[in-house]
Design a binder for this molecule. Structure first.
Ligand code: NAD
Length: 342
């Protein structure tokens, strides 16, 4: 039996529960899984690069359940009427290898990326953080904003995007939800007085969305957009002058901001902050950088939370995905009694 949450039902679930409640509860699943990090099978995602973008498979398993996500990243897509990122994924039972649950993951990825960013910031940003600057106001941005309000109570946002229509869209979506939003005319203007800076732009290039002199002591950087070889957002000196926290180093060293520095550049694996093996922020002046690229364990947590939260409701549909003959050796029985075509 494979249960499915499709796009319509995912949207219904989010409307019913609210983004902030979902992100708050998803963080609990994420923290539980990050704290048992060593139990998981982990590999850097399998990426297929083309001049248009990347298609990735992201598998993991805790020995009882297995998950994978299919996700694309095509920064040139919006100009052609497609989204930059789309995804779907599934859970399977390790015991017999059968798939058990499948879901759309374009919306779920936006929720999980925001939940991970918020979970990390809650540990690393200064607790008195009140204002966030957001550079890039595309598909992920509203979810990021709601994640930071859910986890840290952030309501003051200054945003900048090279596309004025994307900024207007953000204001239209977020102002009714009670945020105080300033549409900035430059990155510098957006950064004024910011305690947290989220960069979430899409461009297959080694960009310098932020220069070193723009990052003040004590800031927490949530760098989400640089998630692919040859695709970064921060000037290298920012990386060098920050304490860098990552998900899975072998993947982040290929894909994250730290692809700009030497292969043994020191980083902290964030799960160790949760278990207490490594400190988080150590002073009010320290710059903390979450070099987010998105790792399979977060998708595993998000899928399991979605499945548990929608179990037994009309939001899950049964799909006939696995061929199951009565005699497990007689697969042909499913076709043998069919009349020949024609
Ligand atoms: P999107 O295309 O919907 O939005 C990106 C926005 O960035 C656009 O509005 C664009 O105008 C803006 N932009 C591009 N260059 C800019 C610049 N130099 N200055 C300011 N704004 C600029 O994309 P999205 O779905 O919101 O994703 C954003 C990025 O996050 C992508 O690169 C995506 O690959 C990445 N992402 C990362 C994770 C993760 O886990 N780290 C998860 C999902 C998406």
């Amino acid at each position: 039996m494979v249960q499915l949450v499709n796009v319509t039902n995912m949207a219904r679930w989010i409307q019913r529960e609210s983004v902030e409640k979902i992100i708050g509860e998803m963080i609990e699943y994420l923290e539980r899984d990050f704290k048992r990090w060593e139990k998981f099978d982990k590999i850097a995602r399998v990426a297929s690069h083309t001049p248009f973008g990347v298609i990735e498979l992201m598998p993991t398993s805790d020995g009882e359940e297995y998950s994978f996500k299919y996700v694309n990243g095509h920064p040139s897509n919006p100009a052609r009427g497609f989204q930059t990122v789309t995804a779907y994924g599934m859970l399977a039972d390790v015991d017999n290898g059968y798939p058990t649950f499948m879901a759309e993951m374009t919306l779920l990825t936006a929720l999980r990326t925001a939940a991970v960013s918020a979970m990390v910031a809650r540990k690393l940003a200064r607790p008195d953080s009140r204002k966030m600057a957001m550079i890039g106001s595309g598909s992920q941005s509203e979810f990021q904003a709601l994640g930071f309000r859910a986890a840290m109570g952030i309501e003051d946002l200054a945003i900048f995007d090279t596309d004025p229509a994307a900024m207007e869209k953000f204001r239209r979506n977020m102002e009714p939800l009670g945020f105080r939003i300033h549409l900035a005319s430059s990155v510098d203007e957006a950064l004024e007085g910011a305690d947290i800076i989220t960069t979430c732009t899409a461009d297959k290039a080694q960009n310098k969305i932020l220069a070193r002199h723009q990052v003040k002591p004590g800031v927490h950087l949530n760098a989400v957009g640089g998630d692919c070889p040859g695709k970064t957002e921060l000037e290298e000196q920012i990386v060098r002058d920050s304490t860098v926290f990552v998900e899975f180093p072998p993947q982040t060293r290929i894909e994250g901001e730290i692809q700009q520095v030497e292969p043994d550049f020191p980083v902290v694996e964030f799960w160790k902050v949760l278990t207490g093996e490594e400190p988080g922020r150590q002073s009010d002046e320290e710059i903390t950088l979450f070099d987010s690229v998105g790792f399979a364990i977060s998708d595993f947590s998000a899928l399991r939370y979605l499945r548990d939260s929608t179990a037994g409701t009309e939001l899950q549909d049964f799909i006939e995905l696995i061929a199951e003959p009565e005699d497990p050796k007689d697969l042909f029985s499913l076709v043998g009694s069919l009349k020949p075509v024609g």
